[in-house]
Design a protein around this ligand. Structure first.
Ligand code: ADP
Ligand code: MG
Ligand code: MG
Length: 898
């Protein structure tokens, strides 16, 4: 079995289609190499080895890999004309992790591997640049120590020992920049760094390059199982089996002097999607310097540089002198880079995110991948690539990440409120959107307030979880490609980065801007689209839904086969949903109409009544209220079908539990508090979710069903008289046997006929049922003989199919997911393997006896992309989801159909 794939010298064993085996980075390095783009030679150890490693352990894996890796290193030495560990012409390597999708939280890259007291002399001999050689050496010890040996700060308040040593060296010397340290300082630093490592690990720093290499390779595999990586995987639902690949590659140096540099670039704007080449670079820098926010990075293009200067408030004079663009500084290199980015985008037919290094005036490409982008950029880029004929409509749709659309649907700052707001500072518009919240300074405290803004000097991969919890992120340092910016864009989270005016004191937990102090817990607001930071809490309003987004939605509608409806009870929800393209209501939960004001009082009267007569009296008062509610909903959904579910929850959810309310209720009804208490007591159930609810209510109290059926039919007829078309679909909940359905259906139809007679007019309506009890799914053929439609209530179906109480599962589900018993929360992502079978059986059996049966879904799953795909595959007619998920469902339905 082949475990190692080589690349470099314009050839490669692998290619870009092999992402699962080689990881994204490895596959693209191979591809770039094969299409003739200058890539430093190297090799990729496959993701399968990661899985083997977890089974077999370190020693076994090394012996399995030894021959192939040694041969591959020899090939690199060959191409580069260097020798691993040599004191004349050393071969130095980088070791990089790379899963099939790019994943923060994985091991950081180790650069300059192969450095020791021997090879540093070799590097000096080869380059004649003593300072550079020692700088590379000290970077290596620092990286290897931090990343592979795990040397670092021992607590949150503690400092990183390497940083302490650097700070001390600068202080002794009286200089401010790393670049002001000389050879002697760097030599001393190497010694001090090694000592710091030994102090923490108890073992001498490894000098043998092969020990260094195997240590790094296995550290990459270990990092696949570290908590940060696991957290990120779980957040995105990536399975553990994927594993990560390891990329080992010859080093190229951006830190060889002023004719060298390093940078990152995007072939289009990752925030807005605009088709402009853009990116950042630093002269005489290596690796992560650009993204680490240590020095202020410069813009690659002249145009970008000018834009940046305006945002940053820097004069043209200063810009030209201190922060010139690469286009101005190295025109030939810029030209080559520009051609390369164009070539790569055309090759991959998508926006690329590139890493490059310039070594002594020669350009090397170190990475390319489909760039992470905001939702706004995602829709714009797809539409523009489509317009340019680079991709077809199907590809444009497949490029969309349905859940990401969410970003476009959420509020922006209220126009008026924002005018009055005070701008405190300006940073870079790192990730668009509006956020308002209370300041926290530590990622692990992001949940200290209900809505928080994480304020940091800069963020690091450990902050991932807190960044996800916070509403927005503000950093004092770092550019558009800083960690905070990249991660925030990936999460679709508002982020302002590099707000230089912000000073942060972690100890006192105070942020200072222009002399004014802001404490932890103070409110601030961020505009991630402009980079502005505001004082206080600012109101927000809904987003616009036209433009590129609208065009993607139109395309989705062209290809999807599934209908998309919404779950809604109020006029407002209906309007929002229609704005998002809902084609009807799939679930209108009538009980939601009873939870407030007079409705609740009448409802309680009905429940607490002694007998049928008392109930009827209360129901008579509820009828007009309910009828009006239906009229509002039907009118808002004019011309579209509306599925109304009859009363479903256990009655005790409506009765007063507080003494205070019980007294009020008693007075209202003219009975004793004791009587009320007794009634409430009577309604208590051991297991309410399996108790007296759903159609069981309508069967024991038929008058409830009668009232609801009457309200629905009367509302529809009244609207008809006003010229408004309605299509009510009356849905009986929680059927387990066909007989239950028949009894309820009879009542509904009898009432409907009676109302038709009274009003002298009729309407079309359907009577159908929820399928949410496993027995109903299994006997669906019988039920479908009488029911006109099915709607799978996958929340209850999951609850009853798994036997997990929806309200109690929070205690164990996270552990189940952690232990790998479940891949995802089955209440969010439909369990296709088990519960999915019930859905499939229900659909097939139902259609076997009623070919006209309409089938839909109305659980939470109706707006979850993988579940929508499943609904498509079992041949449902529509999905129904909450209003904000409607666009997501439309897109997911289109993708399912492609
Ligand atoms: P990440 O996945 O975090 O981007 P990378 O493996 O791409 O990690 O590497 C981190 C940094 O190190 C990048 O800036 C990259 O350009 C740099 N780097 C990686 N390999 C080399 C190399 N062979 N020569 C020079 N720089 C390298
Ligand atoms: Mg990294
Ligand atoms: Mg990279």
């Amino acid at each position: 079995k082949k475990r190692v794939y080589k690349f470099g010298g314009k050839t490669a064993d692998g290619n870009s289609t092999m992402k699962n085996l080689l990881g994204g980075k490895g596959a693209n390095l191979a591809e770039m190499s094969a299409i003739g783009i200058p890539v430093p030679p190297g090799f990729t150890i496959t993701t399968e080895v990661c899985t083997e490693y977890n089974l077999l352990g370190k020693d076994k894996i090394i012996s399995l890999l030894k021959n192939e890796v040694e041969a591959a290193v020899a090939k690199v030495e060959d191409i580069m004309g260097t020798k691993f560990g040599s004191n004349e012409n050393p071969c130095l390597l980088s070791v990089r992790s790379g899963a099939r999708v790019s994943m923060p939280g994985m091991m950081d890259t180790v650069l300059n591997l192969g450095m020791n007291d021997n090879s540093v002399q070799g590097l000096i001999a080869k380059t004649g640049n003593e300072r550079f050689a020692w700088d590379s050496y000290r970077r290596f010890v620092q990286m290897f120590g931090g990343v592979v040996l795990g040397v670092g700060a021992q607590s949150k308040e503690d400092h990183d020992p390497f940083e302490v040593i650097i700070a001390k060296a600068k202080k002794t010397k009286g200089v401010e920049l790393d670049t002001d340290l000389d050879v002697e300082d760097l030599k001393q630093m190497v010694t001090d760094f090694k000592k710091a490592c030994e102090a923490q690990t108890g073992e001498p720093f490894p000098e043998d390059p092969w020990d260094q290499l195997w240590g790094s390779i296995t550290a990459v595999f270990d990092s696949w199982m570290n908590p940060r990586a696991i957290y990120y995987r779980n957040m995105h639902g990536y399975p553990e089996e994927w594993g990560t690949a390891v990329n080992v590659q010859a080093m190229v140096y951006g830190n060889m002097g002023n004719n060298s540099g390093t940078g990152v670039a995007f072939t289009r704007d990752a925030a807005t999607g605009e088709n402009i080449f853009n990116g950042e670079y630093l002269i005489n820098a290596q690796g992560e310097d650009v993204v680490a926010g240590v020095r202020t990075p410069q813009q690659i293009t002249l145009e970008g540089s000018k834009r940046w200067a305006i945002l940053a408030g820097i004069s043209e004079e200063d810009r030209k002198n201190k922060y010139p663009s690469l286009e101005e500084l190295m025109p030939a290199i810029y030209e080559e880079l520009n051609e390369t980015q164009d070539k790569l985008e055309k090759h991959y037919k998508d926006m690329q995110d590139l890493e490059f290094t310039i070594q002594n005036g020669k350009l090397w490409m170190l990475q390319t991948r489909n760039g992470k982008r905001t939702a706004a950029a995602m829709v714009r880029i797809a539409i523009e690539l489509l317009e340019d004929g680079m991709i077809d409509e199907k590809k444009a749709l497949l490029m969309q990440e349905p859940t990401k659309l969410d970003e476009l649907l959420h509020p922006v700052f209220d126009g008026e409120a924002i005018k009055a707001a005070k701008v405190l500072a300006k940073g870079l518009p790192a990730s668009p959107g509006a956020a308002t919240g209370q300041i926290v300074f530590f990622a692990d405290e992001a949940n200290k307030y209900p809505i928080s803004i994480l304020v940091r000097v800069e963020t690091s991969p450990e902050d991932l979880e807190g960044m996800n919890i916070a509403k927005g992120i503000l950093t004092a340092r770092g550019g558009m490609t800083s960690h905070a910016a990249v991660v925030a864009r990936g999460m679709g989270k508002c982020c302002v980065s590099g707000a230089g005016a912000v000073q942060i004191n972690y100890k006192t937990r105070v942020m200072t801007i222009d002399g004014k102090e802001y404490q932890e817990g103070d409110w601030i607001s961020l505009n991630g689209s402009t980079g502005e930071v505001y004082e206080g809490k600012i109101g927000t309003k809904d987003a616009e839904l036209s433009g590129y987004f609208g065009r993607i939605m139109k395309l989705a509608d062209k290809y999807r086969k599934l209908g998309v409806r919404t779950n809604a009870e109020t006029e407002r929800e209906c309007k929002v949903a229609i704005g998002f393209g809902a084609e009807g209501i799939g679930l209108c939960r009538t009980e939601h109409m009873f939870f407030e004001g007079e409705r609740l009082i009448r409802m309680r009267e009905m429940i607490l009544a002694e007998d049928e007569a008392g109930r009827r009296e209360a129901l008579d008062k509820l009828l007009p209220i309910q009828r009006n509610d239906f009229k509002d909903v039907f009118a808002a959904m004019a011309g579209l079908p509306v599925t109304v579910r009859l009363l479903d929850p256990p009655l005790h959810e409506f009765v007063p539990h507080e003494e205070e309310n019980q007294k009020e209720m008693a007075a209202e009804m003219g009975i004793s508090v004791e009587a009320i208490k007794q009634k409430v007591e009577d309604l208590k159930e051991f297991n309410p979710m399996l108790g007296h609810r759903g159609c069981r209510l309508g069967i024991t109290y038929p008058e409830i069903t009668e009232m609801q059926a009457r309200a629905i039919i009367e509302a529809a007829l009244e609207l008809k008289a006003e010229g408004v078309q309605t299509f009510p679909e009356i849905m009986i909940p929680l059927i387990g046997t066909v007989k239950e359905f028949k009894l309820q259906e009879e009542i509904v139809r009898a009432i409907a006929n009676k109302v038709f007679e009274e009003k002298g007019d009729t309407i079309d309506y359907l009577v159908g049922t929820m399928i949410e009890i496993p027995r109903a799914a299994l006997t669906a053929d019988k039920i479908a003989e009488v029911a006109e439609f099915f709607s799978f209530g996958t929340n209850d179906l999951t609850q009853m199919g798994f036997g997990y109480s929806r309200d109690d599962a929070g205690k164990f589900l996270p552990i189940y997911i952690e232990k790998g018993i479940l891949k995802a929360d089955p209440f969010q992502v439909l369990d296709q393997e088990g519960i999915g079978q019930l859905v499939e059986i229900g659909t097939t059996k139902g259609r076997s006896t009623n070919s006209k049966l309409k089938v839909g879904i109305c659980g939470e799953h109706g707006g979850e992309p993988s579940s929508v795909e499943f609904c498509h595959s079992v041949g449902m007619d529509y999905v129904s989801c909450s209003p904000f998920r409607v666009p997501i469902a439309r897109l997911a339905a289109a993708q399912a159909a492609l």
